[in-house]
Design a protein around this ligand. Structure first.
Ligand SMILES: C=C(O[C@@H]1C=C(C(=O)O)C=C[C@H]1O)C(=O)O
Ligand SMILES: [Mg+2]
Length: 446
């Protein structure tokens, strides 16, 4: 990517100039003359700087690869306060993840990983640009010096390595017998009207023959898992959280809000006619319609007082590689542009927690045998004009030789434990099958 190195040289010259020894913020933006030789994910993979974050919008039109952190934020309110304080910097974007328990301040687990990157390489349609932000609450001069050092650590893009990790062993938590018990317990609570719906999940730990390259894995997923957001936060060379999710938590464009109820699932089929028949069944199935409508109810209730003119579109089928879903798009007008408010109202929706929210969350916290951490939280960005977050589903944590896959299913009256197990198997297959399909054995020496 010669263009990028030319831009970095230009940037370095700008940073070498006179800088005040005071607090401040400056942003530099350069457009690339043409499409870079390799993709953004390839570029990001090559960089030795952490954290790294990658995001691609589900229509494929917007993409960002960002790295290095100028500063990090403990929650959305802090991130939003920062954006508001610097409204004169029009393109300020903060990127990252919100944990499932985004409001849990005293958890051991860092609940939020939103940050202002040093470098952002972005694409919208066929337009590419590179952005660099220099920010300091003490000395811009020192920060400009640090940024120059950071730029020197950037390297040229290179092709992603093949996926050479094989699955040696797997472990489900809960295993199927415990899953069956959990579902019957949930169904009892539903019968007793403690709640109408609870979403229960499973963590599958795969032990691999060698550590997985998170960028290569996400690229493999992006190749085949269409109509999905693709996201990754890499904390270190061996630790990342990533996923390919079909679900939008929210898109805010000024004060316009776009969200959705995505719930209700059936398998996909490679044959179009078979897939269509399964889709027809889904549209007419009572249990799946109930699952979806409870999410519509939840979202509409949660938005009360914060948004008006809510429009709920008719149900449609979203066909993915391994599953198909019922989706109802929801559109509204916000009283004010308030992303922290949107997150607080919408995360977690009844698509990933349940209804009523509090009772369902308590059931999950008490009986689900693992901590969700980033799973079913959200991934995306916020900025003054626009913000967008996807629900962090169809996701996995890369931890050296281990890969933890997450999948859940909405339990409502009429749910059957064996069918819900099959549903989570199908959801997990979106990522899991990539390890088999892309397996290229290492060449034997000698
Ligand atoms: C919880 C997950 O997915 C959610 C649950 C669905 C369902 O139960 O039908 C469908 C889509 C998602 O809202 C997951 O993928 O882990
Ligand atoms: Mg379901």
């Amino acid at each position: 990517m010669k263009q990028i190195s030319a831009i970095i040289e230009q940037l370095d010259t700008a940073l070498a100039g006179e800088w005040p020894d005071t607090a401040g913020i400056r942003q530099f933006s350069y457009s690339l003359q043409k499409q870079p030789d390799t993709g953004l994910l390839e570029w990001l993979s090559a960089q030795p700087c952490y954290p790294k974050f990658y995001w691609q919008q589900r229509d494929g039109n917007e993409e960002a690869a960002v790295c290095g952190d100028v500063c990090a934020f403990g929650n959305m309110s802090q991130a939003q306060a920062f954006i508001r304080e610097h409204q004169d910097v029009p393109d300020l974007h903060l990127w990252g993840l919100n944990a499932f328990n985004a409001d849990n301040d005293d958890a051991d687990f860092a609940a939020n990983a939103l940050f202002l990157p040093r470098i952002e390489l972005c694409r919208k349609g066929t337009t590419y640009w590179l952005r660099c932000t220099v920010f300091s609450s003490r000395s811009l001069r020192d920060e400009a010096r640090r940024t120059r050092l950071f730029l020197r650590s950037l390297v040229a893009s290179r092709d992603l390595p093949p996926i050479a990790s094989r699955v040696i062993q797997h472990q489900h938590l809960p295993a199927q017998p415990q899953w069956n018990e959990l579902i019957s317990q949930a169904l009892t609570c539903i019968e007793q009207q403690q709640f109408d719906k609870v979403v229960l999940a499973r963590k599958t730990t795969l032990t691999l023959s060698q550590p997985l390259n998170a960028c290569a894995f996400l690229a493999a997923s992006r190749e085949v898992n269409h109509h999905c957001y693709h996201f990754m936060l890499a904390f270190t060379p061996q630790q990342a959280f990533l996923g390919s999710s079909p679900e939008r938590l929210f898109l805010r464009d000024h004060t316009e809000l776009f969200t959705e109820a995505l719930a209700g699932t059936v398998a996909n089929h490679p044959d179009d006619d078979e897939a269509q028949a399964l889709g027809e069944w889904l549209l007419n199935d009572g249990k799946n319609q109930r699952e979806n409508l409870l999410v519509v109810d939840d979202i509409c209730q949660r938005l009360q007082g914060g948004a008006h003119s809510l429009d709920v579109m008719p149900a449609e089928i979203l066909r993915l590689r391994k599953v198909q879903h019922l989706r109802r798009s929801i559109h509204g007008e916000l009283a004010e542009a308030d992303d922290a408010g949107c997150l607080q109202r919408l995360q977690p929706t009844a698509a990933v927690a349940g209804l009523p929210r509090q009772a369902a969350r308590e059931f999950i916290a008490r009986y689900e045998p693992f901590d969700r951490q980033w799973y079913a939280g959200s991934a995306g960005y916020l900025s003054t004009e626009q913000s967008e977050f996807t629900v962090a589903l169809r996701s996995a944590a890369v931890k050296g030789y281990q890969l933890e896959l997450y999948a859940g299913a909405g339990i409502v009256a009429g749910s059957d434990a064996a069918q819900e197990w099959q549903e989570i198997e199908n959801k997990a297959a979106g990522l899991r099958t990539l390890l088999e399909e892309h397996y290229t054995p290492a060449v034997q020496a000698g």
